[in-house]
Design a protein around this ligand. Structure first.
Ligand SMILES: [Zn+2]
Length: 316
């Protein structure tokens, strides 16, 4: 029914999942560039369809709103919220006898701009385990947010411009919403702004923001993707990265910023474990994360296996 070939393929239904090369039919869990390709036909949530087409142009898509099953190639397919970015989805595939849950990128905790993750039970779990190392336990979200807001306040009070580095799709919109909710209006780099317009068209409000045109405004925060670099001509700026990697104190040097705040859109180590417990699968396959996470799951009594980049195997 399923095999792995640089991505997950539902053999029975001939449906690829998050495969990065063009396929006749593929499920797209969310619109981050490492999960999409110019498929002939893409199954995804309506929000992901809008973001996917924003990135790759007009494409044929089949909308799968959350929790509304469809019958596809002998399988019943249902999308569930993944809590990662707008429209992000997990996929539950059932063939009448067995069920498989593919998480894609996910987060269990709150998000300002993504529906909270839901985890149905499944026999087989394919889990994205980016932060599958015990070093990656994130502090409580409130703590990271307090740190962000007080830092931004301090920078503004000192007459400088806070520049928050966040990816153009997902983190950029979440951080904008978090800041505007606190009364800090936002100037968005054009790449963030273009995606924000799609978020708004999907009904996700982001508060008071406008496009950054190279001039700062006192009291406003600039939100820009990491590759935008340093801005000439806006006077003194203090750069803040918001990323789960900020748990590592070296991150601010690696990201070339003044501060790094551990606010993530991925499940941390404890959430990954929690996800496995909640799904209570018979077998777990781990992608994207360290192989040591597989060992930790085995120690906890799970039948766990890595899904390596080059591996090809039938899952059942
Ligand atoms: Zn992602």
């Amino acid at each position: 029914m399923l095999h792995w070939e640089n991505g997950l393929i539902l053999t029975k239904a001939d449906l690829a999942i998050d495969v990065r090369r063009r396929r006749p039919r593929a499920f797209v869990s969310h619109a981050h560039s490492d999960h999409i390709a110019r498929h002939e036909y893409a199954l995804c949530t309506p929000e992901t369809a809008a973001l996917y087409q924003h990135r790759l142009g007009k494409r044929r898509t089949l909308a799968m709103p959350y929790r509304q099953p469809i019958d596809w190639g002998g399988l019943r397919l249902t999308a569930y919220p993944a809590g990662h970015c707008l429209g992000s989805a997990m996929l539950l595939a059932e063939d009448g006898e067995r069920s498989l849950l593919y998480t894609g990128d996910f987060k269990l905790g709150e998000s300002a701009t993504a529906a909270k993750a839901e985890l149905p039970k499944a026999d087989i779990l394919v889990i994205e385990s980016t932060y599958g190392h015990p070093d990656y336990r994130l502090p409580p979200r409130e703590q990271a947010l307090d740190q962000l807001f007080s830092l931004v306040r301090e920078i503004i009070d000192a007459g400088a411009t806070p520049v928050v580095q966040a990816y153009a799709l997902g983190k950029g919109q979440e951080v904008t919403r978090l800041l505007t909710d606190q009364g800090f209006p936002v100037l968005q780099h054009r790449d963030v702004y273009a995606v924000s317009k799609v978020y708004e068209a999907c009904g996700m409000k982001l508060g008071e923001f406008k496009k950054f045109t190279g001039r700062s405004i006192p009291g406003w925060v600039v939100v820009a993707p990491p590759q935008a670099g340093y801005f000439e001509g806006i006077g003194r700026q203090v750069r803040i990265a918001v990323t789960g990697w900020a748990i590592d104190p070296r991150t601010k040097y690696r990201f070339r910023v003044d501060h790094a705040i551990p606010l993530s859109d991925h499940a941390d180590y404890d959430e990954l474990f929690e996800a496995v417990e909640r799904v209570s699968p018979r077998v777990v396959y781990c992608t994207h994360g360290p192989e040591s996470f597989v060992d930790r799951l085995r120690e906890a009594g799970h039948d766990a296996h890595p899904l390596g980049r080059a591996s090809q195997r039938s899952l059942f």
